[in-house]
Write a protein that binds this ligand. Structure first.
Ligand SMILES: [Zn+2]
Length: 395
């Protein structure tokens, strides 16, 4: 893996590092979630170079936009990482090594037909074009004369083009990875398997990946239903719906947390409140609230639950944790807790639909109720409003 991804001098440095308990991952230091965004990328560039936004060279702009797309590609994390390194110019091909002062032969060892850039390896080399052809995927007709960014954009667009058969579109990232691995196995003299065999393995792997990562129809139904509804909606009959909220003020003060569960008729099962200290930001406080609610509901023996929060970005992060590396450990905890239920659905809720959980959380600090507690039914001071939401759903 190391020699596939890094130049030799970096391999030596990497091997000298002492590994920690948690595996390595990239975070982007200039956004609040730790993942790259075009906006923060722009800000950093503008600050660093003090030049107006419209003066960022088109090629750099293309790289920024490609890097943003990489994290959303439905594929294995190692392939996303590979593509990110491709765009960043961080893959050890001959041209790249030469530009770093290692004097290597730049001619492509596979086809003898051109200088070995990553663009050549993935889109121009005779080996690559054969793999694309055998995989029945059309690359840009002018691939040979285009720059890397244009070739990548074309193939990334193809992944989203619904006019192309799904089975072809889906395997594109795996094919890019396959071409790179095939190149390495030839250069490093490993045993060769035929392109046909390799592509057939890719197809199996792609099918498996999409089976495991496919959202269930139930999840899709519920999230469609909840989209932008102003008032609270009850769950499906078998589900318990848990509205929650963390009332965060600043990093040094307590945050009030609350959750309340209701069934398909709007009857309250339980509600709970707690206070936590030292959450560095509102995002962390809300994630800790989700973790606490999941632990409590598991202890109460709930099996099918909907977790509803009006913090849409938190819901997004739970659904796509790889795009929020900064919160990885909390998101991993949530993923682990999810396994204790037969179904968990995370729903974005409008603040108006989440008002009861919000008021419960605020009451922790307002009334100085720092003791954690769990109660059957709803609190009496909210009973009228709970009944209104209940009745609102009878009509
Ligand atoms: Zn070549």
């Amino acid at each position: 893996m190391l020699i596939e991804l890094f130049p030799p001098n970096e391999v030596v440095r990497i091997k000298q590092m002492i590994p920690g308990d948690i595996s390595d991952y990239y975070t982007w230091a200039f956004s609040n979630h730790g993942a790259y965004t075009v906006k923060t990328g722009f800000n950093v560039l503008v600050k660093a170079k003090s030049k107006p936004v419209n003066m960022i060279p088109p090629r750099e702009q293309a790289q920024i936009s490609l890097k943003k797309r990489v994290w959303k590609i439905p594929t294995l994390p190692k392939i996303r990482m590979f593509l990110w390194r491709v765009i960043s110019g961080a893959v050890a091909v001959a041209e790249r090594l030469n530009s770093r002062g290692l004097n290597v032969e730049t001619r492509c060892k596979l086809c003898n037909g051109g200088s070995e850039s990553i663009n050549h390896v993935l889109f121009q080399c005779s080996m690559a074009t054969q793999i694309w052809r055998d995989a029945a995927i059309v690359i840009h007709p002018d691939a040979l004369s285009l720059q890397l960014e244009d070739n990548l954009k074309y193939i990334f667009d193809a992944m989203e083009d619904t006019r192309i058969a799904q089975v072809s579109r889906r395997k594109i990232p795996w094919v890019l990875w396959l071409i790179w691995k095939k190149r390495n196995s030839i250069i490093y003299g490993k045993t060769q398997r035929s392109i046909g065999q390799l592509l057939s393995d890719v197809e199996d792997e792609v099918e498996q990946w999409f089976t495991v990562n496919k959202p269930t129809t139930q999840e899709q139904q519920v999230s469609n239903r909840a989209l932008h509804c102003d008032r609270w909606l009850p769950p499906e009959p078998e589900f318990m719906k848990c509205n929650l909220h963390a009332n965060w003020r600043n990093a040094h003060l307590h945050s009030g947390l609350a959750w309340i569960t209701r069934d398909h008729q709007g009857n309250v099962a339980h509600h709970a409140r707690d206070a936590i200290t030292f959450a560095p930001n509102r995002f962390t406080a809300e994630l800790r609230c989700v973790i606490w609610a999941l632990q409590s509901l598991h202890d109460l023996g709930a099996s099918k639950i909907i977790i509803a929060s009006d913090y849409q970005e938190v819901i997004d992060a739970i659904k796509a944790p790889q795009q929020w590396p900064k919160f990885r450990s909390l998101l991993e905890e949530i993923r682990r807790l999810k396994e204790g239920f037969s179904a968990v659905i995370f729903e974005g809720e409008k603040t108006t639909a989440n008002a009861i959980a919000r008021d419960l959380a605020k009451s922790v600090l307002r009334d100085g109720r720092f003791q954690s507690y769990l109660a059957l039914g709803g609190p009496s001071w909210l009973s009228e409003r709970i009944a209104r939401e209940h009745n609102g759903n009878d009509v």
